[in-house]
Design a protein around this ligand. Structure first.
Ligand SMILES: CC(C)(COP(=O)(O)OP(=O)(O)OC[C@H]1O[C@@H](n2cnc3c(N)ncnc32)[C@H](O)[C@@H]1OP(=O)(O)O)[C@@H](O)C(=O)NCCC(=O)NCCS
Length: 171
């Protein structure tokens, strides 16, 4: 298998971003929700219009991971809007980090994470936040190794389902 490449996405990637976003979210978490709730969530969170807005926002950055001409992963970073008392306007957040299962475990996620964290701290060290599902132990291990610690919890709502999410912080 060729090593996947990582590049910053541009406004021309809105459709591709929506597609890989919905595909990776469904593949990772789809089993947790009733199908109708999942469909409604995907239509909003991964709408092409939403991707277009994210890509046009100068305070956000998006990366696409590509292999063999196909998009196989993505990441999104920007200002923090997690519900925690100590979040300020200067805080950054890793909002999404997803690789298709077939391409996981080969170091690509770590490279993608390193790129997003470097971008978030492009002007120097900064307080960073991540929201992660309470039972996503693999991702928690990955973030823990990079200095992120649990400082709170919240509920991530998908339709009628309220997921328990951990709030992680570094710095
Ligand atoms: C998290 C993720 C991006 C890591 O990508 P990757 O290419 O597998 O990562 P790497 O090979 O560089 O590193 C592997 C580390 O990621 C974590 N990891 C591995 N598989 C994972 C999985 N299926 N889900 C979550 N984390 C995983 C582990 O900490 C692992 O380290 P370890 O092998 O020492 O235990 C990828 O596994 C993924 O997309 N998972 C599903 C989506 C997800 O959970 N995203 C995070 C949302 S907050």
């Amino acid at each position: 298998m060729t090593t996947p490449t990582i590049r910053r996405a541009t406004p021309a990637d809105a459709e591709a971003l929506s597609r890989i976003g919905a595909e990776t979210f469904s593949e990772t978490f789809g089993h947790l929700y009733p199908p109708q709730d999942l469909a409604t969530f995907l239509e909003t969170a991964y709408a092409v219009e939403t991707s277009r807005r994210d890509l046009a926002d100068p305070d956000k950055a998006v990366w696409l991971v590509e292999a063999g001409g196909a998009v196989v992963g993505h990441a999104l970073a920007g200002p923090c809007d997690l519900p925690h008392d100590e979040v300020t306007t200067t805080c950054g957040e890793l909002k999404r980090l997803y690789i298709l299962k077939a391409f996981q475990g080969g170091g690509t996620g770590s490279r993608l994470l390193a790129e997003t964290l470097a971008w978030l701290e492009r002007d120097g060290p900064r307080r960073l936040w991540i929201g992660v599902w309470s039972e996503n132990f693999g991702a928690q291990r990955l973030y823990g190794r990079l200095g992120f610690e649990k400082v709170g919890e919240y509920h991530f709502i998908v339709g009628e389902t309220r997921d328990r999410e951990f709030i992680l912080r570094r710095g």
